[in-house]
Design a protein around this ligand. Structure first.
Ligand SMILES: C[S@@+](CC[C@H](N)C(=O)[O-])C[C@H]1O[C@@H](n2cnc3c(N)ncnc32)[C@H](O)[C@@H]1O
Length: 191
């Protein structure tokens, strides 16, 4: 296995050793379900897993993938915008994943956009429990993705360092603006 991985793989690696103790995990952009499957496979049976998408096709694809692995009952699929996460998830959230952009194999016209992404990230951070972890993969290689990446970066850069540790990752020697990974950890919550 290569140690220098793309942003999507790196997000999963950075979360991996926290999954055993997670009580609540959110996949904010379920797409074809690969991250939801990752969460379902690697968390205890009692972990609540919530997965959001605005496209029924994404939820159907995810339900099919989870069923293939006998994990369909582990994930609560929600057909709604991730900015409404607080309507469904009481929290505290231990793990959250955003993989922005459009549904692979679907219409490129239906994509995440800066305003709702920023709202959703704000809600997830508000609901995040002590030591919670959030990963966000952005796609600055297309025009809307570049704007969205800038908006996400601005929000994360402004988070107070007493409460959040924020880092970033990307491959530096790839053509065409490769995906970028941001990771946020809620810190300073222990008494
Ligand atoms: C890159 S895909 C996610 C890939 C997925 N994590 C996987 O592992 O297959 C991005 C998804 O975000 C969804 N999406 C777009 N806007 C959204 C929104 N406002 N709320 C929730 N999901 C949204 C798209 O429909 C698309 O399926």
């Amino acid at each position: 296995m290569s140690q220098v991985a793309n942003s999507v793989t790196m997000a999963q690696r950075l979360l991996a050793d926290r999954l055993a103790n997670a009580r609540c995990a959110v996949d904010a952009t379920v797409g074809n379900g690969k991250d939801a499957l990752f969460l379902a496979r690697n968390t205890p049976a009692a972990t609540e897993i919530w997965a959001f998408d605005i496209q029924q096709a994404a939820l159907d694809a995810t339900a099919g993938l989870l069923a293939e692995h006998d994990l369909a009952s582990r994930v609560r699929l929600v057909l709604d915008c991730h900015s409404h996460v607080a309507r469904y998830v009481p929290g505290p959230i231990d793990i959250a994943m955003f993989n922005l952009g459009y549904l692979p194999g679907g219409s490129h016209a239906v994509t995440t956009v800066a305003a709702t992404t920023v709202a959703a990230v704000g809600e997830v951070l508000r609901l995040m429990g002590a030591d919670g972890l959030l990963t966000i993969v952005t796609y600055p290689g297309h025009a809307a993705g570049l704007i969205e990446d800038g908006a996400v970066r601005e929000v994360l850069t402004a988070l107070p360092q007493q409460s959040f540790a924020v880092g970033g990752w990307s491959l530096l020697n790839q053509r065409n603006q490769p995906p970028r990974l941001y990771i946020v950890e809620k810190v300073g919550c222990r008494t």
